[in-house]
Design a protein around this ligand. Structure first.
Ligand SMILES: Cc1cc2nc3c(=O)[nH]c(=O)nc-3n(C[C@H](O)[C@H](O)[C@H](O)COP(=O)(O)OP(=O)(O)OC[C@H]3O[C@@H](n4cnc5c(N)ncnc54)[C@H](O)[C@@H]3O)c2cc1C
Length: 371
């Protein structure tokens, strides 16, 4: 046992015990819940727990992966709120660390760490989801920057977020679709931006599409070189599919909640095997990530974990709803919201069909199939 990890774990546990709200916050997919979660991010930041693996100068503690995994286990075991800053912290920040400038990191990371700026991901478009390279939104050169035109779809929590990051076609004459793309950041309240919520199954209004009509982006908000957007975007996808989006701590905590629910419901033997499967799955995922990610970032292995956690999440929630009874799916509870969200797991962060292609081609060395 690594003593420094265990000491760190105890420190985190003590802080969380003193600070985690005693009542669950309202859903972060609503305006009220979004504001409450933003305030929670500020409190986490004040305790320096919002971005523990970042360098200290940006508000982190500079810890390595085993420490971060221990923190995540404590975080979710304590029943702490969902992370409204997730897109920024787990997708944009690693991109800025790898491809941004020091000026961008110093300007953008502290406000992200404190929840003052919440970021949305603006990658997908109506005709460009799995086939992202076919995107059509444009960035057109102008004095001192770029003008954005086009439409982005399926942007999580964009209805309430402050800024967004995405990929745009800056050179329509490039010889291949993934060439001539540029990675930019823009404000969601800038002139020319229209944010339109998209109806979700549960009616909560945070999910949105974005219409961009001549939105100005200064040169300082381009990440990397113009034309290099595809390479930069692809370096972030491992984070989205792998550990940063769904750490094992979340599933260990969910499996624990499921076991408690099963006990409260009278230990129904008919569901016992599936409750046990949930515990086995959470432990297996924990052990796998410790082994696979022990040295740092994951490559194509993140596709394995993506398929696993998305299918696992649905099975776990289905078992919970069965224990809760016939109308549980329609109640406004964490389990019901978790279930509708879990249903989208095989779709977002790259669909599971695409992940299986990546596994077949890059991990198993099989010939290209469907594409
Ligand atoms: C809840 C949710 C949140 C999301 N949040 C965001 C966000 O914050 N920001 C953002 O940019 N996007 C977001 N997305 C969009 C998401 O990334 C896309 O929905 C996803 O990439 C799939 O793209 P698509 O919807 O265009 O489906 P399509 O690409 O049209 O796919 C339709 C079906 O065809 C299959 N398919 C397509 N191509 C192939 C192929 N070559 N081989 C085999 N099967 C194939 C797919 O697997 C899928 O089953 C979100 C989506 C959801 C559901």
């Amino acid at each position: 046992m690594d003593e420094s990890v265990e000491a760190f774990r105890s420190q985190a546990r003590a802080w969380l015990a003193a600070h985690v709200p005693s009542e669950p916050l309202p859903s972060l997919e609503t305006a009220e819940g979004f504001a409450a979660h933003r305030a929670w991010e500020a409190e986490l930041h004040e305790g320096r727990w919002s971005v523990v693996n970042w360098p200290e100068r940006y508000g982190g503690r500079g810890v390595d992966l085993p420490h971060w995994l221990a923190f995540e286990e404590e975080y979710w075991a304590a029943g702490a709120p969902g992370r409204v800053s997730q897109n920024g912290v787990s997708l944009l920040a690693p991109t800025l660390f790898d491809h941004g400038t020091e000026e961008q990191r110093a300007r953008l990371l502290p406000s992200m760490a404190g929840g003052r700026t919440v970021w949305a991901q603006a990658w997908s478009e109506p005709e460009a989801g799995s086939d992202l390279a076919s995107l059509r939104s444009r960035a057109v050169r102008t004095d001192g920057g770029w003008l954005l035109h086009g439409q982005k779809a399926w942007s999580s929590r964009a209805a309430f977020a402050d800024r967004a990051f995405g990929v745009f076609r800056s050179d329509p004459a490039a010889d291949r679709p993934h060439r001539g793309l540029t990675y930019l950041m823009f404000g969601l309240r800038e002139p020319g931006v229209t944010v339109r919520p998209v109806a979700r199954l549960d009616g909560k209004p945070a999910f949105a599409e974005l219409f961009l009509d001549g939105v100005f982006v200064p040169d300082e908000d381009v990440i990397g070189a113009p034309g290099d957007g595809w390479r930069i975007a692809m370096s972030a996808t491992g984070n989205e599919r792998g550990l940063m989006l769904r750490s094992p701590g979340r599933f260990l905590a969910s499996a624990g909640r499921l076991v408690r629910l099963w006990r409260e419901a009278g230990c129904d033997p008919a569901v016992r095997d599936r409750v046990a499967d949930a515990v086995v799955g959470a432990r297996a995922y924990q052990l796998f990530t410790e082994l696979a990610a022990g040295g740092g970032a994951m490559g194509a292995e993140s596709s394995l974990t993506k398929v696993f956690w998305s299918e696992y999440d649905i099975a776990l929630h289905e078992t919970a709803l069965e224990l809760l009874g016939a109308v549980a799916e329609f109640a406004d509870t964490d389990w019901a919201e978790g279930y509708t969200f879990a249903l989208a797991g095989p779709v977002y962060a790259g669909t599971n069909e695409i992940q299986r292609d990546i596994i077949a081609e890059r991990l198993l060395g099989l010939p290209k199939g469907r594409r």
